[in-house]
Write a protein of this length. Structure first.
Length: 450
C-alpha cells in the first residue's frame, strides 16, 4: 500500500510539473503586431478574422461574422481561404477594402496576441483615410520543439484627405497688386502596395491671381522629398493640376511597395497678385479644399481747407498721385493699383469728390505710401508737402485701410488796374502834383514882382 501511495505521489508530482510546463509553454505562445507609419493622433481597432483549425483542409478557418471579407475569393470557406492566399497584395487590399467590415476592440500599438491567424485592423486619424490592414501571425517553423508565434510588422495604409497649405505670414499675408506670393503645400504620400492603383493628385485654383510661369508657359513646382526632380506644369487658366504618381510608383522596381509611403512631401510654387484679394484653394481629389487668402488694402486721402480754420471745409477737385518709398508713382485701373512708373506725368491721378475724399485699392498694408498733390481745388494753391497714409489699427485682414489728410491754403488776393487800391494812390498823387504846381507858380509870381 505504501508503494502505491508513493507511486501516486510521484505521478501527481510529474503531472504538476507537466502542467506547469504546459502553462509556461502556453505563456510563451504570444506575438506582437506593430503598425508603422501611423500618425500620432491615429487610433485603431481590431478583430481576429481567421484562426488556426487543424480539422480543415487548409488548417485555417474563418472566424464567424467575418465571412464577407473573403467572399470574393471562392465559393466556400476553404476555397475562399485558398483564393485569398493565392491572390496578389493589391487584389487582397481591394477586396478587404470593398467589404468594409468594422471592428470594435481597441488595438494598442504595438499589440500582443496569443493566437495564430489573420487579424483585421482598422485605423482612424483626422485628415486621413485608412485602408483596412491585415496582419498575419504565423507559427515558428524553425524550432523542433513546441512551436511559438512570430511577431509581425505592417505599414499603415493611409491616404491624406486634406492638403496643408500656407503662405509666409511675414511676407505674403498682406500684398499689393503685382506682388509674387509663394505657396507652400504639404501632403502625406499614401501607402501603395505593389501593383495597386493608388493616386495622389492635387488641384490648385486661384482667384484674384495667376500662376507665375517660365518662358515655356509652365509653373515651376519644387518637390523636397527624395530625389524627385522639379516639376513643370502648364496651368489651365487659373487651375494647376499636380500629379504625384512618381512618388507612389516605385521607379526602381514597380513591383515593390512605394519607397516614399507615409512620408511628407512639400511643394512650393509662386502666384502673382492681380486682384484686391487673392484666394488659393488646394485639394486632394474630391476632398474638401484647403483655402489660403492674402489681402491688399485701401488708401484714402481727405482734402481740407486751412488747418485750424474756424470753418473746416472738405474740398472737392483736388488731384493726387500715390508715391511709394522707392519714389515710384502708381498707375491705376478703375481705382486699383496696376503698376509703378518713374515720373509723375505718367502716373494716374485721383480726384477728391464732393466729400473731399478719394480712395484707391490694391496696396500692401505692410508698406508705406504717400499722397502727392498735383492740382489744387479752385481758389487754393498746391500743397508742396506730401502726406503719409497711416494704416489704421484693429481692422480685419480684408478691411485694411490707410488714411491721410492734407490742408490747402487759399490763393493770395492780387491788386488790379482800376481797382480801389490804385485809385487812392492815383488821387493822392494828383493832389501832390497840384500842390507842387501851385507852389511853383506862386513862387514864380513873387520873383517877378520884385
Amino acid at each position: 500500500m505504501k508503494r502505491v501511495k508513493k507511486l501516486l505521489t510521484l505521478m501527481l508530482a510529474v503531472m504538476m510539473m507537466l502542467s506547469m510546463t504546459i502553462i509556461s509553454s502556453a505563456a510563451e505562445k504570444s506575438a506582437v503586431i506593430t503598425v508603422t507609419g501611423a500618425g500620432e493622433g491615429a487610433t485603431f481597432t481590431y478583430a481576429q478574422v481567421i484562426k488556426a483549425d487543424t480539422s480543415t483542409a487548409t488548417g485555417w478557418a474563418i472566424v464567424p461574422g467575418y465571412e464577407a471579407l473573403f467572399a470574393s475569393f471562392g465559393n466556400d470557406e476553404q476555397s475562399q481561404i485558398e483564393g485569398y492566399i493565392a491572390a496578389s497584395e493589391s487584389e487582397r487590399a481591394a477586396a478587404i477594402k470593398a467589404a468594409n467590415v468594422s471592428t470594435s476592440d481597441v488595438f494598442t500599438n504595438p499589440m500582443t496576441v496569443s493566437k495564430a491567424g489573420l487579424y483585421l485592423i482598422n485605423g482612424t486619424e483626422e485628415g486621413f483615410d485608412y485602408n483596412p490592414m491585415l496582419a498575419y501571425i504565423g507559427f515558428d517553423d524553425k524550432t523542433g520543439e513546441e512551436k511559438g508565434l512570430v511577431d509581425t510588422t505592417i505599414k499603415a495604409k493611409k491616404t491624406p484627405k486634406t492638403v496643408g497649405k500656407t503662405v509666409d505670414e511675414q511676407t505674403d499675408k498682406f500684398v499689393q497688386v503685382g506682388d509674387e506670393v509663394t505657396y507652400t503645400l504639404t501632403a502625406t504620400i499614401p501607402y501603395s502596395p505593389k501593383g495597386s492603383q493608388t493616386t495622389l493628385v492635387i488641384t490648385d485654383e486661384l482667384t484674384g491671381g495667376e500662376f507665375k510661369v517660365n518662358d515655356a508657359g509652365k509653373a515651376v513646382v519644387t518637390v523636397d522629398v527624395g530625389d524627385v526632380p522639379t516639376l513643370e506644369i502648364a496651368p489651365e487658366g487659373n487651375k494647376l493640376t499636380i500629379d504625384l504618381a512618381s512618388l507612389i510608383i516605385n521607379s526602381d522596381d514597380p513591383e515593390e511597395d512605394n519607397k516614399y509611403a507615409n512620408m511628407t512631401v512639400t511643394l512650393t510654387y509662386v502666384a502673382i497678385v492681380t486682384g484686391t484679394e487673392i484666394e488659393n484653394k488646394a485639394a486632394i481629389g474630391n476632398n474638401p479644399a484647403t483655402v489660403v487668402k492674402s489681402y491688399t488694402g485701401k488708401l484714402k486721402i481727405t482734402k481740407m481747407n486751412e488747418a485750424g480754420s474756424n470753418s473746416p471745409e472738405a474740398l472737392a477737385g483736388a488731384e493726387f498721385v500715390v508715391v511709394n518709398t522707392d519714389g515710384k508713382f502708381a498707375t491705376l485701373e478703375n481705382g486699383v493699383l496696376a503698376g509703378w512708373v518713374d515720373t509723375v506725368d505718367d502716373a494716374t491721378t485721383i480726384t477728391t469728390g464732393s466729400d473731399g475724399t478719394a480712395t484707391v485699392e490694391g496696396f500692401d498694408p505692410d508698406k508705406t505710401y504717400k499722397f502727392h498733390e498735383v492740382v489744387a481745388p479752385e481758389g487754393y494753391k498746391v500743397n508742396p508737402d506730401d502726406v503719409t497714409a497711416e494704416w489704421q489699427e484693429g481692422k480685419a485682414d480684408n478691411e485694411q485701410i490707410a488714411e491721410a489728410t492734407m490742408h490747402d491754403s487759399k490763393l493770395s488776393t492780387l491788386p488790379f488796374t482800376g481797382g480801389k487800391g490804385t485809385a487812392a494812390f492815383t488821387g493822392f498823387g494828383v493832389l501832390l502834383m497840384s500842390i507842387s504846381a501851385g507852389l511853383y507858380f506862386t513862387n514864380k509870381k513873387n520873383k517877378s514882382a520884385k
